[in-house]
Design a protein around this ligand. Sequence first.
Ligand code: IVH
Length: 707
Amino acid sequence: MHGISSGLIHPVTGPYHPEPSGMHVDMVSSESSSSAYPQDVQEHMVELREAIRRHDHLYHVLGQPEISDSAYDTLFRTLQDLEARYPALITPDSPTRRIGGAPLEQFSKVAHERPLLSLDSIVAMDEVYAFDKRVRKELATDHIEYAVEPKYDGLSVELVYDAGLFVRGATRGDGKTGEDITGNLRTIRSLPPRLALAPPVPQHVVVRGEVYMRLPDFYALNRRLTEQGNKTFANPRNAASGSLRQLDSRITASRQLALTCYDLMLSSGPLPPTHGDAIVVLETWGLPVPAYRQVCRDIDEVMAFHHLMLQQREDLPFEMDGIVVKINARVEQQRLGEKSRSPRWAVALKFTARMECTQVKDIVVSVGRTGTLTPIALLTPVDVGGVTISRASLHNMDEIARKDIRVGDSVKVERAGDVIPDIVERIPIPGERRADPFAIPDYCPMCQSAVVKEGSLHYCTGHTVCSAQLKGGVEHFASKHALNIEGLGEKTVARLVEAGLVKDLSGIYSVSREHIVSLEGFAEKSATQLHAAIEQSKQPSLERFLLGLGIRHVGVHVARILATQFGSLETLMTATRDSLVDIHDIGPEIAQSVVHFFAEPRNLGVLESMKALGVTVQDVPHETNTRAMSLSGKIFVFTGSLERWSRRTISQRIAELGGKVTSSVSKQTHYVVVGKEPGSKLEDAKRLGIAILDEEQLTALVGGTTT
Ligand code: IVH
């Protein structure tokens, strides 16, 4: 099926990932004729693909990016645009294929060419020495080299490359048959769609690796899922597996998955003599390989590596559940052979689980800076892997219900990839009498404001009066992008709040110079300066003021839209949910949040007090309002890269002004914006007589600033 031949692909000239010249013509199919596909377009596409692959490798495999995200986006979009115009010129290994395709009905099954074995696990140290002893005896030698690597906690995959191209990928399944997840694997940034051809790549190569999710990406994904009201993943392994086994590869593409390759399983060319050499070969082909790895001269060095990894475990950005110990020399591996499900030349040396049992003494609610109510289990203190755990987040009510955790329950607690402990599950005790299920209070425990539920989260509506939110709220209000009150940072805010001088946001404006002098760390001069800065902030723009209020979901962008759309605070305060949702870029969540904010009597009280203390929020001048919609209905197309603007920012700005950005030039297009190294769209624009703008003219049109 793969046309295995023992021949090697010979490298062609060019620096990295060159496109073999013949292959390209093969792929563009018989429909292509030179007149239909101008030579320069084809060349440009080849160049773009090469550049994108090179930057993917620099960023995702080597971790050494050379260009900005926006410059990368520009390359990517340009290629996408060209492929949209010339679909017959799309190659299966094009980086654009990464964004995922139409959903599948189901995964098809694939038989692995070689079984994907699993590993015998050992935990106790004496078992390690026993393994070493057995192996030395069987091989009748005293000197054995071991290759060691972390045991990544993810999902094992098989990757097949033919003629250097990634053609198929599958899950491990039962070891003999897996599921074809080629499309999903293509979305992984560190997976090269094409191998670097030097050193020569054999015609047919099968590589095994692990797809996993890094901890920061795991936390970010769970945060996003929570915000969207969706279920979260219990650990990075489930997140990786759930993301990779999606029938809709666009979902996989939206998840940050990582890959590491640890086995050259099969090759139509010669196999390197040792495992260590094989990893180096994989690495030079451009595949990601374990960054932490070592070739050990004896079992003591293996133990030292194990010790080192165990120490570093908490600091590494990914989860590993042990190390894998492999005999380095291939001939020795072959002599030892395999059992039915696992090799006799390798073992997984697992770390002991960082899990203990304890009891839930109480469940309390903590109120975060943005008003989120989080249920927290107070535990009978227990030592988990050297750290005493006495509290664990229960995340939200859905999690509590799923795990059915109540006060008094016995539970298993675990420290996952970092120090934040987690309750894994309840341990049912036969005959136990359990407390009632926990319920989130209807009123905030800190300020008694109403609590509202959104998705699986609960929020306190008392934004500006809730003491738990007060410090964070005041800090945010005074911050650079909001009211920009110099000198009102974290420490000073804490002192003002703790001294009882600021009880809600309006309190900032009733603080006198004398009050400030009385605070620790202030002298006459610094107090005068801070007081003056507060006074100077009394005429904020509507945009900054709205941002400063800390309304949930109202960041810089939304505050700007609300300000230009409504013009004054009074008008916005009476806006209905429907009128808000009608605005471009304002979704139901934002609308709901704004309406809630202005419906809460305490928030209205704070706004009243501010007004009484001399704060006058500036209406948006009429001409800005007019300019706000100055691009109403205008359609823009970009070609080439811009220097001052990222595509994203400029597209947002155009949308705010009522315009739209599309990808291809047509008679409907009003402006074609030409940056550096423009593509064929410039010609299209000229041909159709469409207005052409350079970056400067564009900047003037949208109001002149890149922020
Ligand atoms: S080698 C024949 N190396 O651990 C040897 N496996 O049960 C094949 N794993 O399913 C495996 N990190 O998914 C190997 N550095 C590593 C690994 C690793 C994680 C996983 C793999 C396998 C499981 C063992």
